[in-house]
Design a protein around this ligand. Structure first.
Ligand SMILES: Nc1ncnc2c1ncn2[C@@H]1O[C@H](COP(=O)(O)OP(=O)(O)OP(=O)(O)O)[C@@H](O)[C@H]1O
Length: 289
């Protein structure tokens, strides 16, 4: 499977939600799609899922336009914060409906997940709590085993233990049945360990697309005696700092080469990675754009 997005733009009346977006997702791995509120994440994902048509540019999945393309759509699952308030079916019946148009659907895995999330099989879905409805979306997304699986903030309302089940199952099922998995989220610090690659959208444009580990290697926190830290970081791109008595911590962004890192250690400074959450805040800050 290959997803190719080229010079994609989408405007809603006079508002440009996506502008000249170009990216490629062609490996069976977990992509984290990050961006602040209104950055255009759902808009982009809804185009990939054929819920929306671009104003300009193109999207192809395996070389084909996904829009109203039954063959491609069968292979793409888009799970989002959908309301089930009109849904009077029970969970098994709804999953049987899903199974009809998802050729790889695994009902026994779905049943296993129903047990893990403790969903009540006897209650109509419209009476499920918000978190239970989200768990149902997770079950549909994982058990469908579509070559492209998109979760757009699908965890809303799920409590911490349920989200933990989601993340564990996601990693295990991705390991057993690799696919292109896209996770759009605001829970950056909670979910960063899931990502193989990060795509950062800002104000409708791609700010970066990079392997998680390579992105992480670009930032570092240097901690130690204030004077030594100040001297060490003076020519570096400093994005934040904290001062506690005579100790200072400075976040730097840019490649910290091994020799520089060793030089810091030799000066008695501590070098630690910057969490993705902090990089995300810095990279999308107003004054940086
Ligand atoms: N149907 C619509 N009509 C008009 N404007 C819209 C519509 N849907 C989205 N927008 C606007 O397009 C922009 C991108 O919205 P989108 O929902 O894609 O962002 P997002 O990154 O998913 O945001 P969030 O993190 O808040 O969910 C926003 O400014 C939003 O107000």
């Amino acid at each position: 499977m290959n997803i190719k997005v080229e010079n994609l733009s989408l405007s809603y009346s006079n508002h440009t939600a996506l502008e000249d977006v170009t990216c490629e997702l062609n490996e069976k791995k977990i992509y984290g799609l990050l961006g602040r509120n209104g950055a255009g994440k759902t808009t982009l994902l809804s185009i990939l899922a054929s819920f929306n048509k671009p104003s300009k540019g193109s999207v192809t999945i395996d070389g084909e336009d996904p829009f109203e393309n039954a063959n491609i759509m069968q292979q793409v699952a888009f799970l989002y914060d959908k309301s089930y308030k009109e849904e009077s079916s029970h969970v098994i019946n709804l999953l049987k409906d899903v199974q009809r148009y998802r050729p790889n659907f695994d009902m026994s895995y779905a049943e296993d997940l129903i047990e893990k999330f403790k969903l009540n099989k006897k209650k109509p879905i419209k009476h499920f709590s918000k978190g239970m409805q989200s768990a149902l979306n997770v079950i549909i997304g994982l058990a469908s085993r579509t070559p492209v699986t998109i979760f757009d903030e699908v965890y809303l309302g799920m409590d911490a233990p349920s989200r933990d089940i989601f993340y564990k199952e996601l990693l295990q099922d991705q390991h057993d049945h690799p696919r292109i998995m896209i996770l759009s989220t605001h829970l950056v610090s909670e979910m960063d360990y899931l990502f193989d690659e990060v795509i950062l959208l800002n104000k409708g444009k791609i700010l970066l697309q990079e392997e998680f580990h390579s992105l992480m290697s670009k930032g570092a926190t240097i901690t130690g005696n204030t004077e030594i830290v100040d001297d060490f970081v003076q020519s570096m791109n400093q994005i934040n700092f904290k001062q506690l008595g005579g100790t200072k911590s400075v976040m730097i962004y840019g490649e910290l080469r091994d020799d520089k890192k060793q030089a810091a250690l030799d000066k008695g400074l501590e070098v630690t990675p910057i969490p993705l959450h902090d990089l995300f805040i810095h990279l999308t800050e107003e004054e940086n754009k």
